[in-house]
Write a protein that binds this ligand. Structure first.
Ligand SMILES: NC(=O)c1ccc[n+]([C@@H]2O[C@H](COP(=O)([O-])OP(=O)(O)OC[C@H]3O[C@@H](n4cnc5c(N)ncnc54)[C@H](OP(=O)(O)O)[C@@H]3O)[C@@H](O)[C@H]2O)c1
Length: 341
């Protein structure tokens, strides 16, 4: 069968876009096109050998995005707050501008999101009825009534998807679905000591500023973003989703982890200040600490209880397999955490 549709994937060399590419590759009706800044990277080359059309584009350059998106049936959009947050040259520029690196990364991610939206609007007529699928998060500033007005990696996404799209590209916004993503299950590798520290008695202890009973969504991004986006593409447009395999509290997470690994483990809530004190990069501590605190009230999803989940997609008769937290934990190699002194 010859492909009749083209899906254009932003971030194809990354976690989310990579997963989306692998799922759409399995459907011969799709030609898969992936965007990268560097088509010669080993990851991009590897994807090319799988049959993915690799095109050079930069999220800072709208004209490169317009060329890359031309003729698309579906566009998958993702932006990465953390690259401009961590890069040394971006820290330098933030200092020169007299703004925090958190705000600087907001500015970059927000602009990149707008560039994607503007470029996609140029090919709006070739897109399917539900042809623009954006990875985003809840708007922390608005959903918390202004309490969390510096949770920049949430608001940089939500200020574009959906807000900027709705006000500047209403026609394209009607073809859009917004997918919020839960806590990546793999994120423990970024801050292993916060996830699996040690209590005074030697048992494992997780310490975050989230209330012990607050439900949070957990998501196996590499395995399941593709399944989720593929399923969303079959739904009617204009809906908002939460991609997660299990929603449970951090205390429940640790009870499960304790059972899976047969070791004593528990959860203890700490203050935001304590988390920042413990984090070597205080700006990082502030950004993720706000996220953990926001996850208590109004909640990671901003209290938007009408978001659709995988179970709702299945109720519509569409296959949407997701990995549960328990399935993921049982498969994960925990030796490096368990062997830690
Ligand atoms: N960690 C979590 O628990 C969690 C939970 C929810 C949401 N998120 C969000 O997930 C996002 C990151 O997604 P991810 O994990 O899929 O990212 P990732 O694996 O770090 O990959 C980033 C991708 O973005 C592309 N990219 C970055 N800057 C670009 C630019 N200027 N032009 C073109 N492409 C560019 C990269 O492509 P090239 O390098 O090949 O150009 C790469 O494919 C973050 O914004 C974060 O807030 C994370």
């Amino acid at each position: 069968m010859h492909p009749t549709k083209t899906i254009c994937i932003v971030g194809v060399t990354g976690n989310q876009g990579g997963s989306v590419a692998q799922r759409f590759l399995q459907d011969p009706t799709y030609h898969v096109r992936g965007l990268t800044r560097d088509p010669s990277s080993s990851k991009a080359q590897e994807l090319a050998t799988q049959g993915i059309e690799i095109v050079q584009a930069n999220l800072d350059d709208t004209s490169s995005l317009k060329s890359a998106f031309a003729g698309a049936s579906i566009i998958f959009s993702v932006t990465n707050y953390w690259e401009p947050f961590f890069r040394a040259d971006c820290r330098q520029k933030a200092a020169e501008l007299g703004i925090s690196c958190r705000k600087y990364a907001y500015n970059v991610e927000y602009q990149q999101g707008k560039n994607i939206a503007d470029a996609a609007a140029a090919t709006a007529e070739t897109l399917d009825e539900n042809g623009f699928i954006a990875s985003t998060l809840s708007h922390a500033g608005r959903c918390s009534g202004g309490k969390f007005d510096e949770l920049y990696h949430f608001d940089a996404k939500a200020d574009v998807f959906p807000s900027y799209m709705q006000s500047n590209h209403p026609e394209l916004a009607r073809k859009m679905s917004c997918v919020q993503t839960g806590y990546f299950m793999s994120s423990y590798k970024l801050v292993p000591d916060a996830y699996f520290g040690r209590a005074d008695d030697g048992s494992f202890e997780m310490t975050f500023p989230t209330a012990p009973d607050a439900p949070v969504p957990h998501f196996n991004v590499n395995a399941d973003m593709g399944h989720f986006v593929y399923a969303v593409a079959k739904m009617p447009p204009g809906k908002s989703y939460m991609a997660e395999g299990t929603t449970c509290s951090w205390a429940e997470y640790m009870r499960l982890w304790s059972r899976v690994n047969s070791v004593p483990a528990s959860y203890r809530r700490i203050s935001l200040e304590e988390l920042i004190d413990r984090t070597p990069d205080a700006e990082f501590g502030g950004e993720v600490g706000d996220m953990f605190a926001y996850s208590t009230e109004p909640g990671y999803d901003g209290g938007e209880r009408e978001l659709l989940h995988a179970a709702d997609i299945r109720k519509a008769g569409i296959d949407c397999p997701m990995t549960s937290l328990e399935q993921w934990m049982k498969k994960e190699d925990w030796s490096s955490v368990l062997q830690k002194a």
